[in-house]
Design a protein around this ligand. Structure first.
Ligand code: ADP
Ligand code: ASP
Ligand code: MG
Length: 836
């Protein structure tokens, strides 16, 4: 009776959203989209399973709920649904012959609906049958609309109401198809169609069916996909094409993971697992009917029919270990524990038996191997039902304190990774949980299906999107996402933004690092942006959108719920932000700072920051604190870590003072200082440099790097700012800066007479003796070889004893310092697992 070349096409809610989309469906069915043969709609009659227009099912359900609550709003909701259908039909069907009978039929349905809901209103309750009957009406209407439209286009088409054909029953929340009866019903229905052999289309209502009792039912939310595969099986379809609003099955829901990729091929079981764990792209039951007959299922985009889509079939191959990720929300976690469960056979059986009898669907189970506790996840709405069932089943044990009262935690989500190739591939779970750990996501329970086709983690719903993006980026198209904030828009901060903006694209494509600047602040204002700030013209945006600085808000904003890693760059010159470092780390931010203040507070404060780093597992990078972009701190760390012994560190650590003394030839010292300031080589107040304080800080940082608890005030310092000029404000000092000239000229002349040069040198030895000041050096000394803003450091160590290890190069200036900050950012991304 059923010939061999039927094909089933299913059109989801967005594919039949309005008149235009119905026209689009027609185009898909009758046009060729590409030269690739598999993209043609196959020859032969087509069964077209349709969903309700998007949103209609929700509105119908809302209307029933409203009527139950005696909320008058249900009437206007019905009116809205009617208006929508009437408008789209009028738009689609210009010929009255096709339009009017359809409008008549729908009007009749609406009159009946009003009556049904009036009844619900009166008794303030709707039976399951009424609920099912009403919620399935959207499909009944959209199928008739498509049928009328195809007819109006001269096509040979018929409408099949699945409520007359599909017989199902339900058990434990699952729909079971009565294949025998449904087949008989379908055949008898087809028999009644005149010239069946010439039929081009049979338009079928998705979602709806009938119970053995005769009551109308549905296949559950999103059930039209299931309708499609049931009819695919009944028709022995060559293939089943599910047309939706995405290009196919993607590696994750694109609403949460925009970088998700299209999966060309999948196995039936992979899709089933993914759908079971929340991927709404198909209903989880869809695969089963197709598996039996090995019918390939295509998932394709009705708005982009030129895209090939995903083919789900028996022999799907893939080189990926993990194919996709999904999350289910609105989950509750149940934890039953107690000594009374250890070694007692049948506890699990009783527990699950009780839940089964109460009709509670268990989504995930995880049992500790000690048998002390069983942890399981259920749908949140079934929490009260589950509590009642479990407390009844274990009443005796609870009463005797053998089992503790049941704990239920709400606002839980399950994150699942799915892929056939996960089997036999070691290390997948390790990578999965490491990625979650690095993003600071705590995992409440773990389950791995015995098929090893999935790993699931139970997490808090507030972390769900971030977790999804984290694991997605560590497996699929490995890349690293960072949410970045900058405080300090001075020379270094703005140069850094410029450098970053020039590299953003390159980092994305070649290094797979996606850095999204989402906050920019100065000492008074901040601009917080949900989306990536366009760095080319951040200044305009800042002018426009900046609000008053609120550090709490800024830190909270940076920790986006969907970006795995958050970084704050503190590029101010002030010490006012130092007290926030510990909190920032504890809140989960990684820190990068060219500002030396946080590292040069008391040693106790320094230690507190290290403890916070350890506790929060967050990084604080500050390689630019000494030598700007030069690898001074890193080298010292490496020497120490590899067991070398530091005997002495000596160097010119101030690019500013280096520049000043390289340029100074006896006269106009103050002019050289002003020039250095103009070039951006000095701190905003040049006395920070001239006093030697900046060098002192650097020396203290180096000392602390090798575990010497040196304090700033323990460094012997001979600065260049006379006492009388120390208490002036910055402007007063700049106005009187020439007063330095005399004294400096004298020192220079004295040195010259002895054939010596002047250099501002810092040193520390293994006993902790630390000195900073202007030094007379023989003219051939290695420090005489520096030029410009060069820094130079000599590390005299046990290994580098006769010839010290020397690092030399420009050590000041916005370009090199900003580049050093940038390098810290890239270093951080590597620590966080960015692909090399
Ligand atoms: P239809 O109305 O066509 O049945 P649905 O809205 O039910 O469409 O399903 C399509 C939606 O499923 C997509 O818009 C997408 O947001 C969501 N989705 C969830 N997970 C995935 C995934 N892994 N791949 C593709 N889409 C997904
Ligand atoms: N219209 C139904 C729903 O919204 C069925 C479906 O679209 O698959 O759940
Ligand atoms: Mg759907």
């Amino acid at each position: 009776m059923i010939n061999k070349n039927w094909n089933v096409h299913k059109f989801g809610g967005t594919s039949v959203l309005n008149a235009d989309r119905f026209r689009n469906v027609y185009k898909i069915l009758t046009h060729r989209h590409s030269q690739r043969t598999e993209l043609y709609c196959k020859e032969g009659p087509k069964a077209l399973v349709v969903s309700a227009m998007k949103g209609v099912t929700d509105d119908l359900i809302q209307a029933v709920v409203g009527a139950e609550k005696q909320d008058e709003g249900y009437k206007s909701l019905l009116q809205k649904i009617w208006n929508r259908h009437q408008n789209e039909i009028t738009n689609l069907l210009t010929a009255a012959d096709f339009r009017e009978p359809l409008l008549e039929a729908l009007k009749k349905d609406f009159t009946e609906l009003h009556e049904i809901l009036r009844g619900v209103w009166l008794v303030q309750s709707a039976s399951q049958t009424i609920f099912n009957q009403v919620s399935g009406m959207g499909e009944v209407w959209s199928a008739q609309i498509l049928n009328a439209y195809l007819k109006s286009e001269g096509r040979k088409t018929q409408w099949l109401d699945a409520r007359d054909v599909l017989i199902v029953s339900s058990s434990g929340g699952r729909i079971i198809v009565n294949w025998e009866k449904s087949k008989v019903q379908l055949e008898s229905h087809l028999k009644k169609i005149d010239s069946l052999n010439e039929l081009e289309f049979l338009v079928i209502t998705g979602f709806v069916a009938r119970e053995e009792s005769g009551a109308v039912t549905t296949l559950g939310r999103n059930g039209s996909d299931y309708s499609a595969s049931i009819f695919g099986s009944l028709f022995h379809s060559q293939e089943i094409v599910i047309w939706t609003d995405v290009d196919g099955v993607l590696s994750a829901d694109p609403r949460w993971v925009p970088e998700a990729v299209l999966l060309d091929e999948m196995s039936y079981s992979e899709v089933t697992e993914l759908a079971y764990f929340g991927a709404k792209v198909v209903h989880p039951a869809t695969m089963a009917p197709a598996i039996e007959l090995s019918i390939p299922i295509w998932i394709r985009n009705s708005l982009k029919p030129e895209v090939r889509g995903t083919c789900i079939h028996k022999n799907a191959k893939s080189d990926r270990q993990v194919k996709g990720f999904s999350t289910i929300d609105k989950i509750s976690l149940l934890n039953l524990e107690g000594t009374g469960m250890v070694g007692v056979p049948g506890v699990a059986e009783r527990l699950f038996g009780a839940l089964r009898s109460a009709g509670v669907n268990v989504v995930l189970i995880s049992q500790a191997s000690s048998e002390q506790s069983i942890c399981l996840a259920i749908e949140e709405s079934q929490g009260p039902l589950a509590r009642k069932a479990i407390e009844q089943a274990f009443a005796l044990e609870i009463q005797k304190n053998l089992i503790q009262p049941l704990q239920i935690t709400n606002d839980i989500s399950i994150l699942a990774a799915v892929g056939d190739n996960m089997r036999h591939t070691p290390g997948i779970a390790g990578r999965f949980f490491t990625a979650l750990g690095q993003s600071g996501i705590s995992v409440r329970a773990i389950a791995q299906g015995s098929s090893e086709r999935n790993i699931s983690a139970v997490i808090d719903t507030k972390d769900a999107v971030k977790a999804l993006r984290t694991v997605h980026s560590s497996f699929v198209l490995p890349h690293l996402n960072m949410s970045l904030g900058l405080i300090g828009t001075g020379l270094i901060g703005s140069t850094f933004l410029k450098q970053l903006s020039e590299q953003t694209e390159n980092l994305k494509t070649s290094k797979k690092i996606n850095i999204q600047v989402r906050a920019i602040a100065n000492s008074k204002k901040m601009w917080l942006s949900e989306n990536e700030i366009p760095l080319q013209n951040w200044k305009e945006g800042f002018e426009r959108y900046a609000q008053s600085l609120d550090l709490k808000k800024l830190s909270h904003h940076l920790q986006s719920h969907y970006i795995p890693h958050s970084v704050l760059i503190e590029a101010t010159a002030s010490s006012s932000l130092t007290p926030n470092y510990v909190n920032w780390l504890n809140q989960g931010l990684h820190l990068i700072s060219p500002n030396k203040k946080a590292n040069t507070g008391s040693f106790l404060e320094y230690k507190e920051i290290r403890q916070a780093m350890q506790k929060s597992q967050r990084h604080f990078l500050y390689s630019t604190n000494v030598g700007a972009g030069l690898p001074i701190i890193q080298t010292l760390r490496d020497l120490k870590a590899t067991g070398d012994e530091i005997i002495e560190i000596e160097g010119i650590l101030s690019g500013t003072l280096s520049y000043i003394f390289n340029e100074f030839s006896g006269t106009f010292f103050s002019k050289i200082v002003c020039l250095a300031k103009e070039k951006g080589y000095t701190e905003p107040d040049p006395r920070e440099d001239l006093s030697g304080q900046d060098v002192v800080r650097k020396l203290v940082i180096l000392a602390r790097e090798i575990q010497m608890p040196l304090e700033v005030n323990e460094v012997e310092v001979m600065g260049l700012v006379p006492e009388k000029m120390q208490c002036l404000n910055k402007d007063e000092f700049m106005a009187r800066i020439q007063e330095l000239d005399d004294q400096m000229e004298k020192r220079w002349m004295a040195a010259k007479e002895k054939n010596e040069i002047l250099r501002f040198v810092a040193s520390i030895d293994s006993s902790g003796k630390a000195k900073v000041g202007l030094k007379n050096l023989p003219h051939h000394h290695v420090f005489s070889k520096v030029t410009g803003t060069d820094n130079i450091v000599l590390f005299k160590t046990r290994r580098y004893f006769h010839q010290p290890l020397v690092i030399q190069g420009p050590g000041a200036g916005p370009e090199v310092t900003a580049a050093g900050v940038f390098a810290d950012l890239l270093r951080l991304s590597q620590y966080l697992g960015a692909p090399l």
